[in-house]
Design a binder for this molecule. Structure first.
Ligand code: PMT
Length: 218
């Protein structure tokens, strides 16, 4: 129907910033609050989709009617997303996934001894790029969080990760990016189309994303 255009569709959304442990009390993280991804999950559910939210740690409440699966690390997010991928119609990767993790996760709290320390990092899998390689009929939506050359970097990610729509945000702009209740985004499409949005709430952006997904599903 008109108010539930995604009825019968299965959507998986990722949200929040992964935490990569160093020891039992410390991790490497990032500034994602989860708000963008949670707003998207809410909008998908309101549009009638069966919605799974794969969430890194946040304080946000689960949107009504959404199934949340909690994860901590990029590797855990990778496994949950890959397990569900073949059953999904749409995947939206709003999470800020750590590109690297500490090479070792110490079993006990690391003690200080007054000397310099170096943390060795190893690359995490790029979940979105892997979905881009595996996708059959799924609609794949990626994000790009940039601090410079927004459109050029975003376009490069869109093609390299084989996504159907890329949401680009300049996370240095006031009112955009990490933590804020609003965002300033552009939607980029592989055919070269682009839609630039003014500053708006993350929920309004999510509702615009629903419209584009309905078009992409045909
Ligand atoms: O959570 P909020 O506080 O509301 O902030 C929202 C946001 C800024 C986190 C969000 O709008 C956003 O931009 N999310 C993507 C953040 C990010 O990691 O961007 P990226 O340019 O580093 O990654 C590009 C894409 O690849 C993203 O879809 C990301 O989920 C995905 N990726 C990245 C690395 C990796 N190892 N695996 C991935 O799947």
């Amino acid at each position: 129907s008109e108010s539930t255009p995604l009825k019968g569709k299965k959507v998986l959304v990722t949200a929040g910033g992964t935490q990569e442990p160093l020891d039992p009390v410390r991790f490497l993280g990032n500034r994602s609050s989860g708000r963008m991804g949670y707003a998207i999950a809410q909008a998908m559910q309101e549009a009638g989709a069966e919605t799974i939210l794969v969430s890194a740690p946040t304080d946000l409440p689960v949107p009504k009617g959404v199934k949340r699966v909690s994860v901590q690390t990029a590797l855990e997010m990778h496994d949950v997303v890959l397990d569900n991928f073949s059953n999904m119609d749409v995947i939206v990767k709003a999470a800020a996934v750590a590109d690297y993790r500490p090479a070792t996760n110490a079993e006990q709290k690391i003690k200080k001894d007054g000397t310099n320390r170096t943390i060795e990092l190893v690359p995490n899998p790029d979940i979105l790029a892997e979905l881009g390689r595996r996708k059959t009929s799924q609609v794949l939506i990626g994000f790009a969080a940039e601090t410079e050359n927004l459109l050029a970097y975003a376009q490069e990610k869109m093609h390299r990760k084989n996504v159907d729509l890329l949401v680009a945000n300049d996370v240095t702009k006031p009112g955009a990016g990490f933590g804020s209740p609003t965002n300033i985004v552009s939607f980029l499409f592989p055919d070269g189309r682009r839609i630039d949005f003014p500053q708006m709430s993350k929920l309004e952006i999510a509702r615009n994303l629903v419209e584009e997904i309905v078009n992409l599903l045909g």
